[in-house]
Write a protein that binds this ligand. Structure first.
Ligand SMILES: *[C@@H]1O[C@H](CO)[C@@H](O)[C@H](O)[C@H]1NC(C)=O
Length: 809
C-alpha cells in the first residue's frame, strides 16, 4: 500500500504537468490567433476603414472627391459604401491574417482607387499595419484631374493622440506623424507619408494661404458619440473654411474648388484628426501604423516588399484550397473566384455597441390565440424596447452598402467557404456569435450594435424580440469542423504523424486537445441554444387529431404575420392562410433535424454518452415526423401543416425551396421513397428548374412572382448551394437515384456558376438574387455574403462524363 501510494504520488504531478502543458499550448494557440486578427478593415460599411477588435479604440478611414467644379464635390465625396454610385469595388485579394488589395472604380470622380492593406506581426500589441492608397485617373479624366483625399483617425475611450506638426506653418511638408497611446495598444505612431504625385498650383491669390503642395492637418476634440459621423463633421468644418475664404475675394474672382475645399491647418492634440492632400493626376501615399512594441517601425519600402509576398502567398493558398474544377478552367474563373471569396472575408467587421430589445414578455408574444399576429402587432406597437448591452460581435456581413452588420442566418452560409481557408478564424467568429446568447438561449437574429449601425435601419426594424428564432445555420459550420477533425484524425492515425498545420490558419484543427477544448467550451452554449429552440418554437401536435410517430417533434416559427415569416429567413414564401397557432412548419422541423445531428456528433466527440443517446432519439423522431406530419401523397411533396375551419389537420403545399427542405438539409437517405418525387420537383422546368439555377417558388404555384416577389421565384445562391451539395452526395453513393443525381448535379453546378459569373462580368457586382427568366442579378448590389458560395461550387469535383469534361467554359 505504501509503495502504491508512493507510485501514485509520483504519478500525479506528471499528469498535472501534462495537463498544464496542454493547457498552456491551447492558450498559446488562442493568443497567437487572436493577435494576428487584431487589426483589419473591420469597418466594412466604409470604402476603406480600419480598426482593431477592441471596443473603444483607434479608428481610421478614407474620403476622396474630385475637386474640379463645385457640383461634383457636393455629390461625390466618398466615404460610406452606397449602392449605385460606383462601377464595382471590393477586394481582389484578401486574407485576414496578412492583408490584400481592394480596387474601387469611381467613374463620377474619374479615378480608380486602390487600397493595399498589409499587416506586420510582432511585438506585444497585435503588430503594425500599413495601407497604400493609390489613385489612377480613368481614361475619360482630364490630364489635370484634381482629387482631394482625406485620411482621418479618431480615438474613442482613454488614451491620447496628437499630430506632431507645426501649426504656425501653412501646411506640412513631408510626412505627417500622429503619436498616440492607449492601454490596449501601448504606444504607437501613424505616419501619413508625403507620397508621390503632383499638386495643383493655382494662380489665385488664395494659394499662398494654403499652398496645395503641403499636407493639411486639422485636429479637434469632439464628443465621443459624434466621432463616427465623419462626413457631417467634415462638411461643417469645410463650410466654415469656405465662408471665410469666399468672403475675402471678389465674386468675379472666386478661388478654385481645389483651394476652397480645404481644411484649416491646425494640428495638435485631440480625438479627431483629418489629414488632407490635394493631387493633380495620379497619386500614391501610405498610412503606416507602427506599434512601439514591434521590432521596427513600418516603412514604405517594407510595404512595397510585403505587398508582393502577400499577393503571391494569397495566390498559391487560393489555388490549393479553392481552385475551380472542370469545366471552369479558364483564368477568369479563378479571378472571379478570388474576388468573391476576398470580398466575403474582406467584409468581416468588428461591431460594438448597444442594441434595442423588447423583453416585455407580453402574453400576446406567446402567439397562442387565433388572430395572434394582430395582438402581437399591437404589443409591438407599444414600443417598450430597452437598450441592452453594449456587446461586441466579430462577423462577416451580407452586403457592405446595404447590410453592413451581422445576420444570424446568413452567417452560417458565409462561414462555409471561410472554414476551408481559416479554421481558427471561423471558430473565433462562431464563438463571438454564441457569446451574444442570453441566459435562456436566445440570439437576436439581426445584430444592430451601436448608433452607427442603427443609422442604417428604419426604427421599426431595429427592435429584437427574445421569442424570435432564425435558421440555426451555424450548426452547418460546426458540422463542417467535425468533418475536418475526422479527416485529420484518420490521416494522423494512418501516418502516425500529425498533419502539418499551417501557422495561424488551422492550429485548432492540428492540435486535437485545442479542438476538444474549443468544443467543450462551446458545448453548453450550443445545448442551451438547442433546447431554447425546441421550447420556444414548439408546435402543437397533441391538441389536434394528428397522427405522428412522435407527439413532440413538430415546430412553428414565432413572429409570423399573414404576409411574412421573417424569422424563417424566407420572408414572403407562401404559408398557410390565415396564420394559425396550430401550424407546423416543415423547414423549421428540418432545421431542428440538422441541429440535432450536429449536437449528436459533438456529444459523441466529447464522450457525452447520455446526451448522445438523447439526441439519437430526437433525430429518429424528427425523421419519422417529417414524413408523418409533412409529406403529402397527393402533392408528392413536403408541405406546411395547418388547422382548417373544421379543426382538422390540413397540409398546405407550395412547391419550391420549402417543399424540399428535408432534402436540402440532408435528412433524406439515398434510398428514401420520397427522393424520386423531390428530384422531380427540383428538375421540372414547370416547377423549380431554370437554366440559371433553382427558383425559390415553383413556376406553377399561384403565388409565383406575386406581391413583393422576394422568395416567390427569384434564384438564391444559398439554397442552391445546399441543393448542389446534396446532389453531389447522392451522386457519390450507391442508390436508386445515383445516376440521375449525377446529371442534375453537373447541370445545376454549371448553371449557377455561369449565372453569377455572367452578371459579375457584366455589372462588376455579385447580387442578392438572380432573375429566373433572364439570369440577371437583382435587388441588393454588391451582395458578397452567401452569393460567394459559388466559390465552393466551382471548387466541387466535376462528375461530367466523357467529352463534356474537355468542354471548357
Ligand atoms: C484578444 O485580443 C484582445 C485585444 O487585444 C483582448 O482584449 C482579448 O482579451 C484577447 N482574447 C484572448 C482570448 O486572448
Amino acid at each position: 500500500m505504501a509503495q502504491y501510494r508512493g507510485l501514485m504520488l509520483g504519478f500525479i504531478p506528471l499528469i498535472l504537468s501534462q495537463f498544464a502543458l496542454v493547457g498552456a499550448q491551447v492558450a498559446e494557440i488562442e493568443k497567437a490567433s487572436n493577435e494576428s486578427l487584431l487589426w483589419g478593415p473591420y469597418r466594412p460599411n466604409l470604402y476603406f476603414g480600419v480598426r482593431p477588435r477592441i471596443p473603444k479604440s483607434l479608428m481610421g478611414g478614407l474620403l476622396w472627391t474630385r475637386v474640379e467644379d463645385y457640383a461634383s464635390v457636393q455629390n461625390n465625396f466618398r466615404h460610406t459604401c452606397e449602392q449605385h454610385e460606383l462601377d464595382g469595388y471590393g477586394w481582389d485579394e484578401y486574407d485576414v491574417r496578412t492583408g490584400g488589395r481592394q480596387t474601387i472604380h469611381d467613374p463620377a470622380n474619374r479615378v480608380d482607387i486602390t487600397t493595399e492593406f498589409i499587416k506586420f506581426p510582432g511585438g506585444q500589441h497585435g503588430g503594425s499595419w500599413g495601407v497604400r492608397i493609390k489613385g489612377t485617373p480613368r481614361e475619360d479624366a482630364s490630364p489635370d484631374l484634381r482629387t482631394t483625399v482625406i485620411w482621418y483617425n479618431t480615438l474613442e475611450g482613454l488614451g491620447s493622440l496628437e499630430a506632431n506638426a507645426d501649426s504656425d506653418e501653412v501646411g506640412t511638408e513631408g510626412d505627417v506623424v500622429l503619436k498616440g497611446q492607449t492601454l490596449e495598444l501601448g504606444d504607437f505612431e501613424i505616419r501619413v507619408t508625403e507620397g508621390k504625385g503632383d499638386h495643383p498650383r493655382t494662380n489665385h491669390p488664395s494659394y499662398n494661404e494654403k499652398p496645395l503642395d503641403r499636407t493639411l492637418v486639422h485636429s479637434a476634440q469632439l464628443p465621443e458619440e459624434a466621432l463616427w459621423q465623419t462626413k457631417p463633421i467634415l462638411y461643417g468644418h469645410l463650410k466654415s473654411q469656405i465662408d471665410a475664404l469666399i468672403s475675402k475675394y471678389p465674386e468675379d474672382n472666386p478661388p478654385p474648388p481645389a483651394q476652397v475645399y480645404t481644411i484649416q491647418h491646425s494640428p495638435g492634440r485631440g480625438n479627431f484628426h483629418l489629414v488632407q492632400k490635394v493631387f493633380e493626376g495620379p497619386f500614391e501615399f501610405d498610412v503606416l501604423y507602427s506599434s512601439a512594441s514591434a521590432p521596427t517601425p513600418v516603412t514604405s519600402n517594407d510595404m512595397t516588399e510585403k505587398i508582393k509576398s502577400v499577393t503571391s502567398e494569397f495566390s498559391s493558398r487560393f489555388t490549393n484550397i479553392f481552385k475551380p474544377q472542370a469545366p471552369f478552367f479558364k483564368d477568369r474563373y479563378e479571378e472571379f473566384s478570388k474576388s468573391l471569396f476576398s470580398n466575403l472575408i474582406g467584409g468581416i467587421g468588428y461591431f460594438f455597441g448597444d442594441s434595442r430589445v423588447d423583453r416585455s414578455y407580453d402574453s400576446a408574444y406567446e402567439e397562442d390565440n387565433e388572430g395572434f399576429w394582430e395582438d402581437a402587432e399591437e404589443a409591438r406597437g407599444r414600443n417598450v424596447a430597452q437598450f441592452e448591452g453594449p456587446s461586441e460581435l466579430y462577423t462577416s456581413i451580407p452586403s457592405r452598402p446595404f447590410f453592413p452588420r451581422g445576420f444570424l442566418w446568413d452567417e452560417g452560409f458565409h462561414l462555409i467557404p471561410v472554414i476551408d481557408w481559416d479554421v481558427d478564424l471561423t471558430l473565433d467568429i462562431i464563438k463571438s456569435w454564441f457569446k451574444l446568447m442570453d441566459e435562456d438561449g436566445w440570439i437576436a437574429r439581426e445584430q444592430i450594435l451601436g448608433a452607427e449601425a442603427r443609422s442604417k435601419v428604419p426604427p421599426e426594424f431595429q427592435v429584437q424580440y427574445p421569442h424570435y428564432a432564425n435558421p440555426p445555420t451555424l450548426f452547418m459550420v460546426i458540422t463542417s469542423f467535425l468533418d475536418k477533425l475526422d479527416v485529420q484524425t484518420a490521416a494522423s492515425e494512418k501516418s502516425s504523424q500529425k498533419l502539418l498545420a499551417e501557422k495561424s490558419y488551422f492550429m485548432q484543427l492540428a492540435n486535437r486537445e485545442a479542438a476538444l477544448q474549443y468544443l467543450r467550451t462551446l458545448y453548453p452554449l450550443l445545448k442551451r441554444h438547442y433546447f431554447w429552440f425546441r421550447k420556444t418554437q414548439a408546435g402543437d401536435i397533441k391538441s389536434y387529431d394528428r397522427e405522428a410517430f412522435s407527439t413532440k417533434e413538430g415546430y412553428r416559427w414565432r413572429g409570423r404575420t399573414p404576409r411574412h415569416v421573417l424569422t424563417s429567413g424566407l420572408d414572403d414564401y407562401p404559408r398557410p392562410q390565415p396564420p394559425h397557432p396550430g401550424e407546423l412548419h416543415v423547414d423549421l422541423l428540418s432545421w431542428i433535424g440538422l441541429m440535432t445531428r450536429s449536437m449528436k456528433r459533438i456529444a459523441v466527440y466529447l464522450g457525452e454518452e447520455d446526451d448522445a443517446a438523447e439526441f439519437v432519439k430526437y433525430e429518429e423522431a424528427i425523421i419519422r415526423n417529417l414524413d408523418d406530419l409533412h409529406w403529402s401523397d397527393k402533392a408528392k411533396t413536403y408541405c406546411d401543416a395547418t388547422i382548417d375551419d373544421y379543426e382538422e389537420n390540413k397540409l398546405v403545399c407550395h412547391k419550391g425551396y420549402i417543399s424540399i427542405f428535408p432534402f436540402l438539409v440532408g435528412l433524406l437517405p439515398p434510398d428514401s421513397p420520397r427522393l424520386g418525387a423531390v428530384l422531380d420537383t427540383l428538375s421540372d422546368p414547370e416547377e423549380m428548374w431554370t437554366e440559371f439555377g433553382l427558383r425559390s417558388l415553383s413556376k406553377s404555384d399561384e403565388f409565383y412572382h406575386t406581391e413583393e416577389d422576394y422568395w416567390r421565384g427569384p434564384i438564391w445562391i444559398n439554397m442552391n448551394y445546399l441543393a448542389v451539395q446534396q446532389l453531389l452526395s447522392l451522386a457519390q453513393q450507391k442508390g436508386p437515384h445515383q445516376e440521375r443525381a449525377r446529371k442534375l448535379y453537373s447541370e445545376l453546378r454549371r448553371n449557377l456558376v455561369s449565372t453569377v459569373y455572367n452578371s459579375w462580368k457584366e455589372t462588376g457586382f455579385a447580387w442578392e438574387q438572380y432573375n429566373p427568366e433572364t439570369g440577371k442579378g437583382q435587388r441588393t448590389q454588391h451582395f458578397t455574403g452567401w452569393t460567394s458560395l459559388v466559390v465552393k461550387i466551382m471548387g466541387m469535383p466535376s462528375l461530367e462524363k466523357g467529352e463534356k469534361v474537355h468542354d471548357e467554359l
